[in-house]
Structures are given as structure tokens and as C-alpha cells.
Design a protein around this ligand. Sequence first.
Ligand code: DP6
Length: 351
Amino acid sequence: MSQNESGISEVTVEVPMNIALVKYWGKRDEKLILPLNDSISLTVDKLTARTTIRMIQGVGKHTVEINDEKVELSSNKRYQTVFDEALRLQRKRKEDSNGNENRSVSHHFEVISTTNFPVAAGLASSAAGFAAIALAIQQLLNLDDIQANRLARIGSGSACRSMSGGLVHWKKGEKDDGSDCVAVKTKDDNWTDLYCVILVFNDGRKKVGSSEGMRWTRETSTLLKHRIEKVVPERIDLIKKAYATRNFEDLARVIMADSNQFHAVCLDTIPPIRYLNESSWQLIETVEKFNQPEIKAAYTFDAGPNACVIVQKKDVSKFINALIRDIQINTDDLETLPEEFRSIEYQKDDR
Ligand code: DP6
């Protein structure tokens, strides 16, 4: 962190995105963004939002720029909520240490963020983006982890799972003020040879945003109630156990089942929400075929048609070959393919 003479403090952080293995869908409190169910995610280390925040003394408008484009804050109210909360915490800290002194000094924020993955592809970019803002503000204002977690969460629920790395469990909590609603890294060492192949199938159709979709589902779906009460708690335990014992087959089975149930819950909503498209279904079929006779890949889809496929390092090349063979994918399209796999010669007929 640096501060210059004109009262500008600046911090730069780099924060990864996360992909939910057991999905968050439905809020018990829309303002505080408190979820109806626990969720658990894997941190995708290579896909990051690099963010610089400047906290500037004096009256002025907050500004946010993502990948060189200005964000219209009047239609993105979540940023304002996060900045308001940050400034409230800052005032509180000053009052606690100085009595009423300095209470009137105002500040505003300037955020410049660059992601190394396409924001428009709907790849949980808001999660990495808000987590980066929260982490940077934590450093600027010397906040504790719970305050930072809350700051990320009120930006976007899933963002609070990008604050710590590895396998992260976001607990829904019970309290109305959200003080027990936190995301925590599980104690297990990171499973470092898990890779995430991301396929962008965005067909440009207008999709239902997460917040709106969650609200409709909560109001109309009967399957959601069953999912929250009976299914999710068991799946969180299964994921933790499979991850701790490095049991890929068990892990993959739960990941795919939960993605499928999340989309079933969306279809059980009135009006029904359809996020998957033809390409998504083709990918599911490819994975099903690739997983005979042994499960080596797990697909998962969020609120859109793009796929995230989790594979162990030893199977990445075989899986890419299956993609080339079955869905005529071009390896140049695989944004997330690490260097080491880009240099491999892939063949259409390699089985
Ligand atoms: C399907 O975190 O984007 O990706 O809290 O309203 O900002 P808000 O929603 P958001 O929802 C993510 C939903 C999901 C599943 C998940 O990431 O757990």
C-alpha cells in the first residue's frame, strides 16, 4: 500500500475466480446477500482479476473501469453498496480511535480492473472482481477477514468464495445480521493437479441474471426446498471427503449431479429458466462418453451455457482430443488451456 502527500492511498491485488461445485441459488436476505444454502467452490488460480484501488480524499464520484471500459455505476448499484459500506467501516474505525475527530473527511474510490479472461463470457467475473475490490479495501482500511468477506459478499454472493484459495465452503449461517455467514478455506492442502477447461458457448441470447433468477426460483420452485433441506448438506460433506481423500470419481459424480440439479431447479421455476444451450448438451454427451468406463472429467455450468470441465492433469490432453473429435473444438478457442498443453499436437483420431 502507498499513500502520497495529496491523501491518495493505493493498493493493487490479484484475485482468482472460483467455480461452485455445489451451487448457491436463492437468497434468504437480498440486501445483505445471505444465501438459502451452503455452497462449496474450487478456486481457479490461473483466471484472475488484477485490480488497483485508489482511495482519494475529498468529495468526488466513485469510478470503476474493467478491461478499459467504464462501468455505469447508476445501473450497477452493487458497487455503490460496497463503497458505502467501506466508508462506513472507515468512519467507524476513526471514531473508535479519535472520538469525533476527522468524522467529516470524505473519500471516494477509483477502481481499475483487468481480467485475464473474457468478462462478457459470463465466467463468474463479478466474483473475482468484487473479491479483488474487497481484498484491496481490506488492506487500505486494515479490516479483519470477516469484514472483508462481508464486503465481497454484498458486492456479489459468490465473490466471498474467492478470498482465500483452494476448496472454499461458504456457510449460509443462521443469524439475521449475517455475522455467521462466511466463506472459509477447508483445511485440506490444495489439490494442485486439478485443471479446469473452460468452454465458451455464449450464444448472445439475453439470459436471466442470477439475482432475478434466484428470486423467481425462491418464489415458485418446490424442488428448491427439497434441494436446500435434503440434498445440499449431504453433497457438501461428500465433496469435502472426496477432496480430502483425492477420490476424483466421487468428486466428479457430485459435481455433475449438483450442476444438473441446479439447472433442474431453474426449469422448475415459473417462468422456467433455461441456461444451457445445444452446445452445452453436446459437451455433456462428450463428457459422458469420455467417462466410460471410468469417470475422468466433471462438467459444471453456472447461470449460462458456458462449461467448466474439471479434469486431473494426467487426463487433460486426452480430454482435449475428445473435444476436438466430438465437437470440433479448436484448441485456440480454449482460453484457459495452460501453456504446457498448448504446445501439444492434438489429433482428431486419438482415442
Ligand atoms: C449459478 O454470486 O452471481 O454461479 O449474489 O446475486 O451476485 P449474486 O449472485 P452470484 O450467483 C452465482 C450463482 C451461480 C452458482 C454459484 O456460483 O454458486
